[in-house]
Ligand binder design. Sequence first.
Ligand SMILES: Nc1nc2c(ncn2[C@@H]2O[C@H](COP(=O)(O)OP(=O)(O)OP(=O)(O)O)[C@@H](O)[C@H]2O)c(=O)[nH]1
Ligand SMILES: [Mg+2]
Length: 461
Amino acid sequence: MSLEDTIAALSTPVGESGIGIVRMSGERSFSIVKKIFRPPRGKKIDWASSFRIHYGWIVDPETGKSVDEVLLTLMQAPKTYTREDIVEINCHGGPTPLRKVLELTLKFGARLAEPGEFTKRAFLKGRIDLSQAESVLDIVQARTEKDLEIAVHQMKGDLSRKINGIKKKMVDLLSYLEAEIDFGYEDIVPLSSQEKKSRLKQILMMINSLLEIDKTSRIYREGLKAVIIGKPNVGKSSLLNTLLQKERAIVSYTPGTTRDTIEEMIITKGFPLWIIDTAGLREVKGQVEKEAVRRTRSKIEEANIILLMVDGSGPLGQEDESIFRKIEKKKTLVVINKIDLPQKVDKERIGYFFPGAQIVEISATQEINLAQLKEKIANFALKEVTLPTSNPLIINLRQQCALELTKQNVNRALDGLKKKFSEELIAFDLKEGISRLGEITGKGVAEEILDQIFSHFCIGK
Ligand SMILES: Nc1nc2c(ncn2[C@@H]2O[C@H](COP(=O)(O)OP(=O)(O)OP(=O)(O)O)[C@@H](O)[C@H]2O)c(=O)[nH]1
Ligand SMILES: [Mg+2]
C-alpha cells in the first residue's frame, strides 16, 4: 500500500438513495476524472479552480456511452481532507451507476481504497493526529448527541491538547535531568530533589485526572443498563418489546418462555439505556434452565438498575417473594405490570420487602405509563453513577493502555528519586513514558497498529 497511489471508493452506503458519492484522493485524481467526465456541450472547465462544483456526465470513453448525470467537486491539495487532490463525484444513488463510475476510476488508474484509508492519509500527511483520526470513527458511530459532542471535541484536538500538556511537563523535567547528566552540577542550577518529586506528582495527577474523566464520561457512550427480572409470565418480554416498539422477544402465555438474555438499546434523557430481558430468577432443575438463571444473575451484577416486575392481576406468590429476598434492594425499582386487568396484588407486602422503594404501575401490552417508567428508570439509574465534573472526554482502549503505561513510568521515576537512584535511571523512565504518551497522538506507532486502527473504518471514510 503506497501513499503514491491514487485511491478511489464509494463513500456512501450501497443501496438506493438520493445521491451516492464516489471519492478519489491522490495525485492522479484530476487526470483520471478528466478522462471520464464530460461537461455539457460548449462548456469549458477550469481544472485549476479548487472547491468548485461542475455539472456534467460520466462517460465511458471506450464506448462513448453516458453512465450517469453527476456533480463533480474538485478540491486541490493541500487544503483537503487528506491533504491530497480530492475529487468527489455525486452520482444518482443507485448501486449500478455507482459501481460503474467506480469501475471507470479504477480502470483509468485509481486503486480501490482500503477501509479508513482516506482518514489514514489525513493522519500520515499530518493534517490530524492519531487520536483525532480515531475520533472520526467515534463521530460516525455516536449513539447520542452527547456522545457526538464528545467525539467532535476530540476531533478538534481536545485529547491531543491534554496529552501534549502532560508531555510538555515531562519533557521539561527530562531536559533538567539531562543537563545534570551532561554538565554535572557546576554549570547549571539543578532542581532540588523535592522540586523533581513535586513535578512528577503533578504529572501523575494530570494523568489520573484524565483517566478519571474518561471513567465517568463513558456513560455517555456505553449507557445505563436496566435488567428486568420477575417470576415467569409477569410480562418481562412484553415490556422489552413495548419499550423498543418492536417484537424483539417471544411473548407467550406459557411460563418460562424466555431462556436467553436479550439486550437492546433505547435512548432516554440523552443516554443510551440498555434494556435486558431475562428468564428471571427461579428454582430450576434442568441444564438449560440452570444456565438461563446463571445468565440472569450475571446481568444483575452488571446492571445499574433492576426492574423487578410483578403481575398486578394476581396475588404475590412464594416465587415472587423468593426473588424479593435475592436481589439488592438499593438498585431495585418495582414495576407492577398488567394494571389493565383487575388488581389483586398486595402493595403493602411489596412495601414490606422494599421500604421506601419507588413503585411504577404499568401495562406493557396496553402501553400505560411507559413514558413515566422510562423517566423513572433514567433518573433512578443516574443516581447510581458519577458524572464527569469537567468537560467529558472518552479515550479508547489503546489510549488508555498507553496512559496506564506512562503512569507506571512516572511512578517508577518517583520511586527512583525517593531511593536516590542515579539521574540516568530516572531520565530513562521519563523518556519511555514520553514515547508512550506520543503513541496516543500517533508518534512512532507501528504500521500493524495503524492498520488495525483503520481497519475498523468503512471503505470510503
Ligand atoms: N393483560 C395484560 N397481559 C399482559 C401484559 N403484559 C404481558 N401480558 C401477557 O402475559 C403473558 C406473558 O408475557 P411475557 O411477556 O411473555 O412474560 P415474561 O415475563 O417474559 O414470561 P417468561 O419469559 O415466560 O418468564 C403474555 O400472554 C402476555 O400477552 C399486560 O400489561 N396486560
Ligand atoms: Mg419472557
